[in-house]
Design a protein around this ligand. Sequence first.
Ligand code: UN1
Length: 498
Amino acid sequence: MPKAKVYKNFINGEWVESGSEETFENRNPADKRDLIGLFQRSNQDDVNAAVEAAKNAFESWRLYPAPRRAEILFRVAEILLKKKEEFARDMTREMGKVLKEARGDVQEAIDMTYYMAGEGRRQFGQTTPSELPSKFMMSVRMPLGVCALITPWNFPMAIPSWKLMPALILGNTVVFKPATDTPLSAYNLVKACEEGGLPRGVLNFVTGTGSEVGTPLMTHKDVKLVSFTGSTAVGKAVAEATASSFKHTNLEMGGKNAILVMDDAKIDLAVEGAIWGGFGTTGQRCTAASRVIVHKKVIKEFTQKFVARARALKVGDGRDPKTEMGPSINEGQLETVMKYVEVGKKEDEARLLTGGRRLTKGEYAHGNFHEPTIFGDVHPEMRIAQEEIFGPVVAVIQTGSLEEGIKIINETAYGLSASIYTQDINRAFVAMRDVYTGIFYVNASTIGAEVHLPFGGTKQTGNGHREAGQAALDVFSEWKVLYIDYSGKLQKAQIDVE
Ligand code: UN1
């Protein structure tokens, strides 16, 4: 057997091993015999070195003209574009999502890199007339300093790019800790940044676990901002650990997104949306549609078609072009899926309509595969309709009206994404107004956000921030307001009113 490649940390422009002298394995979730590589199991000392490097680099990077930072980002985008296929294949191998989706993930990183590179010549502030004569005023953006980026495995390149590119273009420096399940895609992104000519220390990359790397990183005194995407439970721990030092935090967490199918909907279109939203990325998106709320007049037809389509989905290795749904990321995630299937089965009224089993035979023997699973007759308050599962499990819920449907959408702890299928523009507008989520779609599924509008959610999905779009600039900078008095005399705002 060929020896597995050992990947290193990237600190102060050098590829270095962890002081721990330990590594962890990165394996293919579709075939766990396939060892992709060994990554550094880093510790507090590695974190300290990375933060130190980022802190030192900040002094020159913050003064580096933003349009020149942009030139580097444009080069990084070109490199990502050139290597898109290779990076997508690496991603499918380590994460399991089907190749088409992995290409989309890399594309999202390319889009974000170009978009933020454009901000090199924008980052607009405001100028406005003063209430006093011979006084000028304006606002400008300031970088924060060292930013800690802690990213999930479900979008192994896109989500890091949502954080990294705005952080860099605004003049911050970064310590990046990727999820232990998908360090190769993160490594590929960092390599592209190195090749693009990012100065040493501006981006540092430290792999390892949440407790050994994440915790020391987010509590480090020289880290000014922690940007985290992951579960609500971990996000809460980040919020608590950073509160006493008043670090900025940007938290993107769970979802329990719903599609509402009205009685005037194009049913086949809604079925396709529910399949894509429920089983795309094996249900492992924060934007996944894990609830479908259907008007009672069409629920029979919808459910029949939805179940038939789910049953026909080809589950398998994402590298096979015939595969429509890949594996769960790891054993733990698969166990969560199976646990919720049992929870659903124990509900008195809910009915398992299809799926419900782990796949273990033949081509599935060495991977984390599970059938696409649908429960019918689900009540909105049941656990499978309230808790985020992050797997291929969808709950179908009946509604008698638009108002009730909207109420069901809103009555969960989360508020990331939702959608409505209807041909009635009035209903669409009522839903657009009354659904309380950060993202809402009309006649489309709950997934498909684009990089140039804000991404994020209400309630326990986030902490009030948005990523992507112009909103990302507010996360990764602070406002400074400048007043210049050229009158040559003391002028008192609010007092010299005559
Ligand atoms: C996520 O679900 O974690 O809108 C991110 C989408 C993608 C991003 C999803 N563009 O589904």
